[in-house]
Design a protein around this ligand. Structure first.
Ligand code: PRP
Ligand code: URA
Length: 209
């Protein structure tokens, strides 16, 4: 199994503890998901290529660096991935955003596709798929299959909480995809929820339970 990048910065760990707390309400939960996504994005983009340019400061002409290489697109997996979008866009405001709608059938635990809308130039972009939860891995594997079927070649996956089962499934299906997560939890329970996890991320973000 490819090793995931685990982003265990103290600020991220602190915010995840608040996310895990069942007494954290939807407003605070949403804010925390967005903040953690922003901090993680900072790390996940650490290796973006740079090029040297000359810029005239008020003092002199300076050789300095700007981003080069391919542009970025973020693709949240609906619904819960939506909670991470404004956080990552604070870091990369010029990125485009595609949407993939998948929900997990409660009986089979298999993802069901219901929506896909991607930027027209998605194949020319580096894509970061975002979803707070990687549980069985089914949703992430399917979302990345959909992107690859459309011709996307450069894909990373960023989640907040991952289960070992999901990491294994995702690295097996897509060994070329780098995985960034903030916490590697213990296991899945009988309902395929992450333990200790934070419950149902979509319901907690949108207050639907
Ligand atoms: C959650 C989560 C992931 C998926 C993870 O979405 O946001 O997309 O489950 O589970 P998996 O790794 O076992 O596929 P859910 O299906 O609950 O839909 P929602 O975001 O609309 O609530
Ligand atoms: N989806 C969630 O939102 N939480 C889990 O623990 C598993 C899947």
């Amino acid at each position: 199994m490819n090793k995931p990048f685990i982003m265990d910065h103290p600020l991220i760990q602190h915010k995840i503890s608040l996310l895990r707390d069942k007494n954290t309400g939807s407003k605070e939960f949403r804010e925390l998901i967005s903040e953690v996504a922003m901090l993680m994005c900072f790390e996940a983009t650490r290796n973006l290529p740079l090029k040297e340019v000359e810029i005239e400061t008020p003092i002199c002409v300076a050789k300095t660096k700007i981003l080069s290489g391919r542009k970025l697109a973020f693709v949240p997996i609906l619904r819960a991935g939506l909670g991470m979008v404004d956080g990552v866009l604070k870091m990369v405001p010029a990125a485009k955003v595609g949407h993939i709608g998948l929900y997990r059938d409660p009986e089979t635990k298999q993802p069901v596709e219901y929506y896909c809308k991607l930027p027209t130039d998605i194949t020319k972009r580096d894509v970061i798929v975002i979803d707070p939860m990687l549980a069985t891995g089914g949703s992430a594997v399917d979302a990345i299959n959909m992107l690859k079927n459309k011709g996307v070649t450069s894909i990373k996956f960023m989640c907040i909480i991952a289960a070992p089962e999901g990491l294994e499934a995702l690295t097996k299906a897509h060994p070329d995809v780098e995985i960034y997560c903030a916490s590697l939890d213990e296991k899945l329970n009988d309902h395929a929820y992450i333990v200790p996890g934070l419950g149902d991320a979509g319901d907690r973000i949108f207050g639907t339970k």
